[in-house]
Design a protein around this ligand. Structure first.
Ligand SMILES: *Cc1c(COP(=O)(O)O)cnc(C)c1O
Length: 382
């Protein structure tokens, strides 16, 4: 069948029967979602383990992170409710997404970011999209507390993941994975900060495995129109695995952390907003939390880039760093299908990337003459 003329117009349109929107809702979209699920081909060989590893490359969303999935819903619903301004605290990616969707909707975005501890690309986005950017002399957790307080005293809608529409939008990543694999993976690994995303993915998998939550629609990509969305599509659900950076690991400590520190700034969060829900995800799915050092996170980021050609930001690489360790130890069983969410694009944080590669001898400076360049090539042929 010829599918010319069918434009992908974002995840709300695609999954509207599974999201809290009505026929009259006007959708604020930038074509988010529909990100590639890439099967790793070189890394499993290096690990010498029989596993299928897929990465869901969320860095290819319109503003470069999965936050766009939640933001299209949050801003759509804010506009529907008549809101003229949104506000969020952010380690960077939420502010980039909020700023872009607010611009698209023609409303104002206020973003609170930690002074100094934000990746350069993310700051550039908030500024360029025209958000009112408030740098606070504190961390994300301070910003989050202030946002909750100020929203009681000003006409602004909070678009952090405590906004329930955010998780509704984010659950669609699980739908896409099931559509492509034809089943749920055995394990799904994510980096965890506020734990909204791991919670949203679990919601998505649960909705696909529960026969009672759905409405019948015209088209079900999975069942080719036979059983529709009310079909109890998947028989299995994954074990959910959440990895945190060691210096910012409240779920591993079992308590809030007051001064979180990590190179993975997107998960530099000591007081997760979805604390109870994430523990529930662990007990329901049979998964676990674990931590990764900054060093292994950066190694994994580079390994993925250089062995597979996929550039994610440091926080995203926590899912790979942890998965590699758990595959090697056998905690993640051989024969499994594993999905890793790569939450954000590597271009968000060029400083960390350049800093990490500067010493590794792949960059040479030579004279601007043929002989020097030829020598540099011959010297580096492998
Ligand atoms: C927001 C974010 C996370 C953490 O997601 P939570 O829902 O807060 O757990 C991880 N990685 C990146 C790149 C992010 O932007």
């Amino acid at each position: 069948m010829n599918t010319f003329g069918h434009r992908y117009t974002g995840l709300i349109e695609k999954y509207r029967d599974r999201l809290p929107v009505s026929e009259s809702t006007s959708i604020i979209s930038l074509g988010e979602g529909n990100t590639p699920l890439i099967k790793l081909s070189n890394l499993p060989k290096v690990l010498k383990k029989d596993v299928d590893i897929y990465v869901k490359y969320e860095g290819l969303n319109p503003t470069g992170s999965f936050k766009d999935r939640g933001m299209t819903m949050a801003v759509t619903k804010a506009v529907e409710a008549g809101s003229k301004a949104i506000i969020c605290a952010s380690t960077g990616n939420t502010s980039a997404a909020a700023a872009a969707y607010a611009a698209r909707a023609g409303i104002t975005a206020f973003v609170l970011i930690p002074d100094g501890k934000i990746a350069m690309g993310k700051l550039a986005q908030a500024m360029m999209y025209g958000a009112i950017t408030i740098q606070i002399k504190g961390n994300f957790d301070d910003g989050m507390r202030l946002v909750k307080e100020v929203a009681d005293h000003a006409p602004v809608t909070i678009v952090n993941s405590i906004n329930p529409y955010r998780l509704q939008g984010q659950k669609t990543a699980a739908f896409e994975i099931v559509e492509e694999l034809g089943r749920a993976p055995d394990y799904h690994c994510l980096p965890v900060g506020n734990a909204g995303n791991i919670t949203a993915h679990w919601m998505g998998y649960c909705e696909m495995s529960a026969p009672d939550v759905t409405k019948v629609t015209e088209s079900c990509a999975l069942c080719e129109g036979h059983c529709k969305y009310a079909c109890n599509i998947i028989g299995n659900r994954p074990k959910m695995i959440g990895y945190q950076a060691a210096g910012s690991a409240p779920f591993i400590r079992g308590a809030m952390v007051d001064n979180p520190e990590t190179v993975a700034t997107a998960i530099r969060i000591g007081h997760p907003q979805s604390w109870d829900r994430a523990w529930k995800v662990m007990s329901e799915s049979g998964g676990w939390f674990d931590e990764c050092s900054d060093e292994t996170i950066l190694q994994a980021q580079k390994l993925l880039a250089q062995s597979e050609g996929i550039f994610c930001e440091p926080a995203s690489a926590a899912s790979l760093a942890g998965a590699i360790r758990d595959i090697q130890s056998g905690k993640i069983a051989e024969g499994s299908t594993i999905v890793l969410t790569l939450t954000g694009n590597g271009l968000k944080d060029p400083d960390t990337a350049i800093g990490q590669c500067q010493g590794d001898a792949k960059m040479v400076t030579v004279g601007a003459d043929l002989e020097s360049v030829r020598a540099a090539i011959l010297h580096n042929m492998s």
